[in-house]
Design a binder for this molecule. Structure first.
Ligand code: NAD
Length: 260
């Protein structure tokens, strides 16, 4: 059903975005990959993983916090593939500090990368999707879009804001064959979380394995990390015809984190 469609997956050179790109490519979707500061070796590896599914893959280096770079990425996608049918807003960064020590520049960077970026892609994608009467916008929020944790002021604010923005886009496109939903993962063991585990292990003088168990025990009752493949499966479902009336929703995939 998705064969021949085209997607931008931001932050798809690593972690969750890479898993989502694979899942969509497996369904026959051409992928514009994107990431920040990637090496030529990584870019070529990421592209070949996608073309192995028999679809087209391109890479665009847009910094998603910069609207003019998003515009250029959208234009490049249309030029390469002829359409933009699916946008997965996945690129994101984390910074952890108590509020009184939270650097202003980090606040601005987290809000721009994790929240404003979706406004920048949606304002370009919606008219293109509307003209075709079909589109899917999927925003990778977080359990932190629904509940908070200390020391994550900017991230929690951005992810809560992203769920609000998801609802607005859903309402504005509800009659146009377009859906917009958020996915709220719990812990996924990607470089973004590994950095937090490493910092915490160094601070507590514990092993990384013990720290991983501690992270899960604190938040994720299933005591297992969610995988990028599982999130990719949910993205494919949200792109399917069965999900055509699911819009404005926030889907938890968090091993029970937000049920507590
Ligand atoms: P990751 O660090 O493995 O990957 C992040 C990707 O985003 C990379 O490709 C990176 O190059 C890209 N990126 C970062 N800043 C960018 C920018 N300014 N412009 C373009 N690309 C940029 O992280 P991940 O864990 O895969 O996270 C992906 C998304 O999932 C993020 O939005 C994150 O908040 C969210 N998330 C992650 C977890 C988790 O446990 N890992 C949980 C909930 C939500």
């Amino acid at each position: 059903m998705l064969k021949g469609k085209s997607a931008i997956v931001t932050g798809s050179t690593s972690g969750i975005g890479r898993g989502i790109a694979h899942a969509l490519a497996k369904e026959g979707v051409n992928i514009m990959t994107n990431g920040f500061g990637d090496t030529p070796e990584t870019i070529s590896q990421v592209k070949s993983e996608i073309t192995a599914f028999g679809v087209k893959a391109e890479y665009n280096p847009a910094d998603v916090s910069k609207p003019e770079q998003i515009d250029a990425m959208v234009d490049a996608t249309i030029k390469s593939f002829g359409s933009l049918d699916i946008v997965v807003n996945n690129a994101g960064i984390q910074f952890v500090a108590p509020i009184e020590e939270f650097p202003l520049a980090k606040w601005d960077a987290v809000i721009a990368t994790n929240l404003s970026s979706t406004f920048y892609t949606a304002r370009r994608a919606v008219p293109l999707m509307r003209s075709k009467g079909w589109g899917r916008i999927i925003n990778i929020a977080s359990a932190h879009g629904l509940v908070a944790s200390p020391d994550k002021a900017a991230y929690v604010a951005a992810k809560h804001g992203l769920i609000g923005l998801t609802k607005v886009i859903a309402l504005e496109t509800a009659k146009d064959g377009i859906t917009c939903n958020a996915i709220c993962p719990g812990w996924v063991l990607t470089p973004l979380v590994q950095k937090q585990l490493d910092a915490s292990a160094a601070k507590d003088g514990t092993s990384k394995d013990d720290e991983a168990k501690k992270f899960l025990a604190e938040k994720q009752p299933a005591m297992q990390f969610v995988t990028p493949e599982e999130i990719g499966g949910l993205v494919v479902f949200l792109c399917s015809d069965s999900a055509k009336l699911i819009t404005g929703s926030a889907y938890s995939i968090d091993g029970g984190w937000t049920a507590e």
